[in-house]
Ligand binder design. Structure first.
Ligand code: CTP
Length: 400
């Protein structure tokens, strides 16, 4: 069977000189078995004739938001597609997408779409590097749009650098990978720890941190999508996994987390420890609310060390069990990561630096490096947490 048999692809073409390559892409998609509908922005039609695309896709090309009798075709097309690919995507269209504008049919479809959207940008290197384009791209990644990386080479302007559209063959490959229901982790059991812990001080107060749990939950979802049995040991956060097969074990304190992890770990193939565990907890939990006393301007808290879940699991892990840790650092990132890798017997550590904009706790994007006991670290671009989860799970699958 062809790779894209029966898949509904909506190809959006915008006004770049790379639009001519959209003809090759359309042909590749049709050959791969996809059902292709083409939407062009008005300026795209100045670079390549809609007739070429309608001939290749075997369907009329849509350009107008108000084609007769079809005023709501943007909603229909948004629901019809399994994937929308915008190729080429100009700086202007990326800016419009990032801001939710909808003054042409393609933009209106994108706002109505329920499927995943992929963009293959094409522009001059300075436009690609411009802070406004960077900002727009970050927003789109945060919204879950997938970036088909730009090529580096000779540009239509004569300049040389990053900004050219990925080749049609690369776009096709990206799309096939994106659609493949890889169930390569079927039969594997993985525990994921995620979110913060809360350490009570008295009945109304606790110590905690800014962890949102988003990265760990995205990893749990990706593992489940690939067929793994996932047990998510999740601290007190709002976010929940989307995959119904993930079994969520709620925890509050580091000691809860240790108990749950020790119970689950022996039957697991791997553990991904993304939780931001409080290293210390109040030495005693007051039974009653702690009151202000007299004129005291200061108050000291006695803290005691919490159990280290990662180190505990590292000390008991069987041959073949894989432990993945996280390190969030602000300085000397790599040296600290290596130290943790060794101390806790991790097989891989996911390093984020708070110095990288867009990385870390609260946001929807992250920028990571994977550090191993030997060899060079592997560094990735800034991506949505869902895409970062894919990179981490790919690396874990390779270790398993
Ligand atoms: N971890 C854990 N149990 C703890 C503390 C951390 O399992 N009590 C895990 C985290 O989930 C993460 C890794 O260990 O995978 C982080 O390492 P750690 O040395 O604890 O990081 P920090 O607490 O940030 O250490 P430091 O304060 O020394 O930077």
């Amino acid at each position: 069977m062809s790779a894209l048999q029966g898949t509904r692809i909506l190809l959006g073409i915008t006004g770049s000189i790379a639009a001519y390559k959209a003809a090759f892409l359309t042909r590749l998609l049709v050959r791969a078995g996809a059902e292709v509908r083409v939407v062009m922005t008005p300026s795209a039609a100045r670079f390549i004739s809609p007739l070429t695309l309608s001939t290749l896709s075997q369907h009329p090309v849509m350009t107008e938001i108000m084609d007769e009798g079809q005023w709501n075709n943007h909603v229909e097309m948004g629901l019809w597609a399994d994937r929308i690919v915008v190729a080429p995507a100009t700086a202007n269209t990326l800016a419009a997408m990032a801001n939710g504008l909808c003054d042409n049919l393609l933009l209106a479809i994108l706002l109505s779409a329920r499927c995943d959207v992929l963009v293959a940008p094409a522009m001059d290197l300075d436009m690609w590097a411009h802070p406004a384009t960077r900002r727009n791209m970050d927003t789109l990644l945060r919204d879950g749009v997938k970036l088909i990386p730009v090529g580096d080479g000779e540009l239509a302007s004569g300049l040389v650098g990053p900004g050219r559209m990925a080749e049609p063959e690369e776009i096709l490959r990206f799309l096939i990978d994106d659609l493949r229901p890889a169930r390569d982790l079927a039969g594997k059991t993985v525990i994921v720890t995620a979110g913060p812990t809360q350490e009570a001080l008295d009945p109304v107060r606790y110590l905690t941190n800014h962890s949102s749990g988003k990265m760990g939950v995205a990893i749990a979802d990706e593992l489940a999508r690939r067929g793994a049995n996932v047990r998510l040991l999740l601290g007190p956060v709002e976010v929940r996994p989307q995959q119904p097969s993930v079994s969520v074990i709620p925890i509050v304190t580091a000691r809860d987390l240790l108990r749950a992890a020790e119970q689950e770990f022996p039957s697991c193939d791997a553990a991904v420890l993304a939780a931001a565990v409080a290293d210390y907890r109040p030495a005693t939990e007051a039974r009653e609310k702690i009151k202000k006393t007299g004129d005291n301007e200061t108050l000291s808290l006695d803290l005691v060390r919490n159990p280290d879940i990662a180190a505990t699991l590292g000390a008991t892990k069987r041959k073949g069990q894989i432990l993945v840790g996280f390190a969030l650092e602000t300085t000397n990132e790599l040296a600290y990561a290596r130290k943790k890798l060794e101390a806790k017997k991790f097989d891989m550590i996911v390093l984020n630096s708070l110095r990288d904009p867009g990385a870390g706790f609260a946001g929807d994007t992250n920028k990571i490096s994977l550090v191993y006991p030997s060899g060079e670290p592997v560094t990735f671009d800034l991506k949505s947490k869902a895409d970062v989860a894919k990179d981490i799970v790919n690396a874990l699958a390779a270790l398993l």
